[in-house]
Design a protein around this ligand. Structure first.
Ligand code: MCN
Ligand code: CUM
Length: 796
């Protein structure tokens, strides 16, 4: 007789299983793009524009061609002969691969050199003579909207200004009525600054075109290999089955590795022309100056309030700076991503959002950096607005939220913008957070400290985030529907191979996906190999971003396991010589209902699938599943921070931070906590120290790790995490909700609100992030709001 298995012991759901991938990562045995060396491989470097806006009058590459070891110099004109000077973006725009007519941002790709080694290639880049005729530069969307602003995208027909879109959603008239009925209107304006995901590993690719087989293999740092394969097939007009995209280990993505970059395209063309492998590895400055900028949006909104604290309506306007090319990935239908998920967790009867997007002379921006398509900006504004509104009402911060949070019995709750929030225990999370931080006690301490001239403050941020795009009715990228997939092969001895269409970049998929298999089939997680990222082997999927892997690919894994279990049941019936209807399942084992002692393990069924199958049953034990989720998942989080601000210097220290995350059922609690700590660290960095901006000439200021600080364990405060509250997703097969981005999304407002609370009484409504000491000091001493909007003051 076999025993029922202990799920935790086999590494199933809820086990804090150690990350299996770390065994190679911490030994330096990872296999990143730059670790790959192919025979005969050449190296590519990119020449970038020093100017933000200029006409190119001449490019002379003859000196570069003459350097020994140089194999190819690519310029925009050469790309144009192959129709590759421009490429489509993931937002239905076009982007220059190599500039032909103009450069439109500092750091734009102008030419590439392919040489025997990267040093020769770099030297040869410097030997290319480019003549520029400078043009007026635009570094803010307000300036871009001015009547006399230079037209940045004069390459586009019918583009007579710099407007990209003018989009609105919600009920404008109903919202106007709500404001007429309000006792009080609270207003806030702020800028969510440009930020950069800056993963430790920069972007890169190795293209390997083999003329004899006509096969193009590209190793590259992409979070979405199948989308890249589709794009290469459509743009380069190569047959899809002759393209193989491999995402090897990725050293952090954070959204930086979703878009398609010119470097990828140039390495591919170079390999086709030279018939040799061509490697491009971006340097840190190149990464920080030209790829994957996020945010950079001006947010302006109002809340219509009743005297007792009830929100009657919400109005919001956004003005986004997308840089020179509208290149971020987002669902086709929504021009500013899921910005309209703002205020979702509050019971707001009516709302309206108007969004405008502009071209400027900056690198393409607006990618989702650890944020499900602009949700970070949405939730930041929401929680900063909530903070300001509670103060305007003279109400307690926690009480104001408690009055307005969606109540448990209101689920499913439809927001005024049409999202369906399906589950949650918002108040319970808030109350747990308040208890953990010692709310009442801290308020008393704060008053005491005030009397002695010390500035203590507390900041709350509560939010529910839409994670897991999509459902295919509403979510697609360039028309490709946002579902995902899994394929499971159980070998003869009961070991298994699992592949998905996701592509992790450090999130621990190799660990957690095995846990889902253990949960569904009773095959120990250690017996499951997980593979992602190779389009020749993985089933088609949309990749990993928007914390969609658990909600979508994770669901597909559960579903494929259930298909495999259904077949195993037939094998069990055959082995036990009973009919299928008489069979019961418990973790890892089928048994006869009337005689529970008679059973067979999943491993015995696997053996039978190859050695003893019944007549008429196909051999083998494998299957696949494509999963199209009925809805997004809606995790909830409550973050509370306490700080002390030094009034003499503006320096602020975190005293305590409490995080309550309800992400549904946790597959691996330790990995979930790691995700939350990482997100809170990024939130702290964005709010406290990370500064990357532009001067009036469009020079990128701060594209280095002195100005754009990455906090280490030394700078990062401690966090107290709570995962006691679990509201399973009602539609996800294992009840899990996404979590990978929550803390980076909800965290920043908690820090800023805490500092604003500490300086309450100065009349200051807002200081833009990052809350650098000089900004906080200026707010305290000058008693006015401090904007961080570019261009930065050029006083030196
Ligand atoms: N998980 C779990 N239980 C849940 C939810 C998630 O155990 N209820 C686990 C998952 O199995 C997975 C991890 O937590 O191992 C994150 O899962 P999920 O929320 O599904 O997010 P994704 O796997 O889709 O990861 C994407 C998300 C995004 S969009 C960014 S940006 C980000 C983030 O993950 N980039 C990261 N976290 C990152 N962490 C690392 N180390 N590196 C990055 O680049
Ligand atoms: Cu939203 S950054 Mo992540 O989606 O790769």
């Amino acid at each position: 007789m076999t025993q029922a298995l202990d799920e935790i012991k086999i590494g199933g759901m809820g086990a804090s299983r150690k990350r299996v991938e770390d065994s190679r990562f911490i030994r330096g045995k990872g296999n990143y793009t730059d670790d790959i060396h192919l025979p005969g491989m050449l190296h590519m470097e990119i020449l970038r524009s020093p100017l933000a806006h200029a006409r190119i009058t001449k490019i002379d590459a003859s000196r570069a061609w003459d350097i020994p070891g140089v194999h190819l110099v690519l310029t925009g004109d050469m790309m144009a002969t192959r129709n590759l000077a421009w490429m489509p973006t993931l937002s239905y725009d076009t982007q220059a691969v190599l500039a032909t007519d103009k450069v439109r941002f500092q750091g734009q790709e102008v030419a590439c050199v392919i040489a025997d080694d990267p040093y020769i290639a770099k030297d040869a880049c410097e030997a290319i003579d480019v003549e520029y005729e400078p043009l007026p530069v635009v570094v803010s969307p307000q300036a871009a909207a001015a009547e006399d602003a230079p037209v940045i995208r004069d390459d586009k027909e019918n583009q007579d200004g710099n407007l990209i879109y003018n989009w609105e959603v919600g009920d404008a008239e109903g919202t106007d009525r709500a404001f007429e009925e309000a006792d009080l209107v609270s207003r806030l304006q702020l800028h969510y600054p440009r930020s950069h995901p800056s993963p430790i590993e920069c972007c890169g690719s190795i293209a390997d075109f083999n003329r004899s087989t006509s096969k193009l293999t590209v190793y590259m740092t992409t979070q979405a290999p199948h989308i890249i394969r589709a794009a290469v097939a459509l743009v380069a007009e190569l047959p899809e089955h002759m393209i193989r995209i491999i995402s090897p280990d990725i050293g952090g993505g954070f959204g930086n590795k979703v878009p398609i970059y010119p470097g990828y395209v140039c390495s591919i063309l170079a390999s086709i022309l030279l018939e040799r492998p061509v490697k491009w590895i971006e340097d840190k400055t190149g990464n920080l100056i030209s790829t994957g900028f996020a945010r950079d949006v001006y947010l302006d909104g109002e809340l219509a309030l009743r005297r007792d604290g009830k929100i009657l309506g919400m109005r919001m306007r956004t003005l986004a700076d997308h840089g020179a090319f509208f290149a971020d990935a987002q669902p086709s239908k929504f021009k500013i991503g899921l910005m309209h998920s703002t205020f979702g967790c509050y019971d707001v009867p009516v709302a309206h959002l108007a969004a405008r997007g502009m071209y400027t002379n900056k690198a393409p921006g607006g990618v989702a950096y650890r944020c499900s398509f602009r949700v970070t900006e949405a939730m930041f504004f929401q929680e900063r607005m909530m903070h300001a509104a509670a103060n305007d009402l003279g109400m307690d911060q926690a009480e104001f939220r408690r009055i307005n949070l969606v109540r448990d019995e209101q689920f499913p709750h439809r927001t005024p913008f049409g999202f369906l929030l399906d589950s949650g225990q918002y108040k319970a999370c808030l109350d747990l957070g308040l208890k953990a931080v010692g709310y009442e006690d801290f308020l008393r301490q704060k008053e005491e400290a005030r009397k002695k001239g010390r500035l203590l403050g507390i900041g709350i941020s509560t939010m529910s985030e839409p994670l897991g795009a999509g459902n295919s009715r509403e979510y697609d990228i360039l028309g490709i529907k946002m579902f995902d997939s899994a394929e499971l092969r159980v070998h003869m001895t009961g070991k298994a191979l699992l592949r998905t269409g996701a592509r992790g970049q450090g999130q621990g998929h190799e660990t957690t996906w095995g846990q889902i298999v253990a949960h569904e089939l009773g095959i120990p997680a250690d017996d499951v190999t997980v593979e992602e990222g190779d389009t020749d082997t993985a089933p088609f999927g949309m990749g990993t971003y928007a914390s969609r892997s658990t909600p979508v690919a994770g669901a597909a894994i559960a579903m494929v396991c259930r298909k495999v279990r259904a077949k195993a049941r037939k094998l069990a019936a055959h082995l036990l010589e009973v009919s299928e209807e008489d069979i019961e399942w418990e973790l890892g084992r089928f048994y006869v209902r009337s005689a529970p002692d008679r059973g067979v393990t999943i491993q015995e069924c696997a053996m039978a699938a190859y050695s003893n199958m019944p007549d008429g049953l196909e051999p083998g034990l494998e299957n696949n599943a494509y999963y199209d989720p009925p809805n997004l998942t809606w995790p909830f989080a409550c973050y509370i921070v306490t700080v002390e601000v030094d009034p003499e210097t503006g320096v602020w220290d975190v005293l305590n931070m409490v995080a309550v995350d309800d992400c549904g059922v946790r597959i691996n609690p330790m990995i979930v906590e790691g995700q939350i700590m990482g997100g809170l660290t990024e939130a702290y960095a964005m709010s406290n120290m990370q500064f990357i901006t532009f001067d009036a000439d469009g020079n990128c200021i701060g594209a280095n790790y002195m100005d754009y600080m990455l906090p280490t364990a030394w700078e990062t405060p401690g966090f107290e995490l709570h995962g006691e509250i679990v509201t399973p997703s009602p539609h996800h097969p294992i009840g899990a909700k996404g979590v990978g981005e929550c803390a980076a999304v909800g965290g920043p407002a908690a820090f800023v609100n805490a500092v604003m609370d500490a300086i309450a009484g100065t009349g200051v409504r807002n200081i833009d992030m990052p809350l650098l000491p000089d900004r906080v000091w200026e707010a305290i001493t000058e008693r006015h709001d401090v904007s961080g909007a570019p261009p930065v003051r050029s006083d030196g």
